[in-house]
Design a protein around this ligand. Structure first.
Ligand code: C5P
Ligand code: C5P
Ligand code: ZN
Length: 459
């Protein structure tokens, strides 16, 4: 850590020697945490600043942020946009963990340039935390935000943090702001009644549970796990250790029956991180819930609400953030209802959902996957769904079941090849993939995709 505190020095000096900053951060959970962390640190120094969360940094956006302050501080992005930043701003510093493109003589604190793996062992918020700690050891309590950011970037996906994130975790524990323990790692441990907890989780998709309220109730009943007690809904954190174990083994049995690979089932259990100072059952108690809340803000163009919550608001902005999360869930539910009523077409080798103008391109993949859970479609074929993105392209998302993957299906490869054949681009995992193609080529793309899939499944 000491070594890195020294490497953060140019950014530290930049902050100490200037005033009137414009913090510009990425709009996902990690970016919002990184921005909020810097904002808290600047507040403690009595510095003036504005803060602007944004989706991407291009010449159009630069014009907007130019006037937001005299000295720009980029958080959780910037390293990949150095040429455009250099061209437009005269005084800036970059704090990031993404790959770098180009060089700058301005302070640039990037994970990869200081020997850290920015994809796996430190997040943008983690980098911002090092800067904050180098500014003052009193900022160690801000390590909680670095944990939320890293969870938001799924850097705990192997079951626990690795590498430098563990040092940040040790700082957070020492400061008394985070506790870590082993538990079921699904969104909503603290913040959702059991039924919602299970039915709104979509990774992995569990047919008859995901997006299926009746099915989830039946599943819980058959495992003899109470849904209500004394007229109150039961939350996961209310369960005794015994009931928690029973729920986990029932989920594992259910997952196995649906061909979910063992490593995914194992990964359901791992380290969970709780913010010790937050209220039980709030959306900010568990790091995963917290990051989901922030993502909901960013995704619905309300990043500034997320910033306030990350900075500590538990009042008006917290309420707004909760409302955005509810809105997000409503949009998922409406999307599923739309698919049910408008119908999904069976195109032979796959199911097809035309999201039209009803389903946002950013939600279409999640909704497509949930259709298996809700048993709107059978498990015998993959589903592809599309809607028009902001640029007028057809944005396709493909989802499948583990049963199909076992038979040889690889959606990522199929999407990549089919997209390439019509001048688009695509790729992804075996079970989840996406592609963007010219809108007028969508039918051709679907034909090509179906052909590739039928070959994969007959091999
Ligand atoms: O790779 P990426 O994280 O962008 O994947 C996007 C989506 O694909 C995830 O939100 C998840 O729902 C889905 N996915 C999945 N199973 C995997 C990997 C991804 O369902 N093994
Ligand atoms: O967009 P969607 O959530 O459906 O994407 C699922 C997965 O496919 C993600 O992991 C994403 O990174 C990948 N993908 C890709 N190339 C694209 C679109 C999506 O590799 N053009
Ligand atoms: Zn990040």
């Amino acid at each position: 850590m000491k070594d890195l505190l020294e490497k953060a020095q140019p950014v530290v000096d930049f902050i100490r020697n200037n005033d009137n900053f414009a913090i510009v951060c990425h709009y996902d959970a990690d970016g919002l945490c990184a921005g909020a962390l810097l904002a808290n640190a600047l507040d403690r120094l009595g510095k003036k600043y504005t803060i602007t969360p944004t989706k991407q940094m291009d010449s159009a956006r630069i014009a907007d942020i130019q006037s937001k302050g005299e000295h720009h501080l980029f958080a959780d992005f910037g390293s990949g946009q150095i040429p455009v930043i250099e061209e437009n701003l005269k005084s800036f510093a970059i704090i990031d963990h993404h790959a770098t493109v180009g060089e700058t003589s301005q302070p640039h604190f990037n994970a990869h340039l200081v020997g850290l793996d920015g994809a796996k062992e430190i997040s943008g918020a983690g980098m911002a935390y090092i800067v904050a700690k180098a500014l003052s050891p009193d900022n160690q309590d801000l390590a909680a935000l670095a944990i939320v950011g890293a969870v938001g970037d799924m850097q705990d996906s192997s079951g626990a943090f690795i590498g430098f994130n563990r040092k940040i975790l040790a700082d957070a524990e020492a400061a008394g702001v985070i506790t870590a323990k082993k538990d079921l790692r699904l969104f909503g441990r603290h913040s959702r009644p059991l039924v919602q907890f299970l039915m709104y989780n979509s990774d992995p998709i569990l047919p008859g549970i995901t997006a299926d309220e009746g099915g989830t109730v039946r599943f819980l009943n058959s495992a003899s796990i109470p849904i209500r007690q004394d007229d109150e809904y039961v939350y996961y954190v209310d369960l005794s250790d015994d009931l928690k174990r029973r729920l986990l083994s029932a989920l594992v049995v259910y997952g196995k029956r649906n061909f979910v690979p063992d490593n995914y089932l194992k990964a359901m259990v791992g380290e969970v991180y709780e913010l010790t100072r937050e209220k039980d059952k709030s959306f900010v108690k568990d790091a995963k819930d917290f990051s989901t809340l922030l993502n909901a803000c960013g995704r619905h163009e309300k990043g500034e609400v997320g910033i306030r919550v990350a900075m500590g608001d538990r009042d008006v902005y917290y309420g707004l953030a909760e409302e955005l999360l509810r809105q997000h869930r409503r949009m998922l539910r409406d999307g599923i209802e739309y698919a049910k009523s408008k119908g999904v077409t069976d195109t032979g080798s796959s199911y097809l959902l035309d999201g039209g103008s009803e389903i946002k391109d950013t939600l279409i993949g999640v909704i497509a996957g949930m259709l298996y859970g809700a048993q709107v479609i059978g498990q015998d074929k993959p589903i592809i769904a599309f809607s028009m993105d902001e640029e007028g392209h057809a944005k396709f998302s493909g989802r499948a079941t583990w049963r199909l993957v076992r038979k040889g299906l690889h959606l990522g490869k199929a999407m990549r090849e089919a997209a390439a054949s019509v001048g688009g681009e695509g790729g992804g995992h075996n079970i989840a993939a996406g592609a963007t193609v010219p809108f007028e080529k969508k039918d051709e793309f679907i034909k090509s995709f179906n052909k590739i899939v039928s070959v994969q499944l007959s091999a």
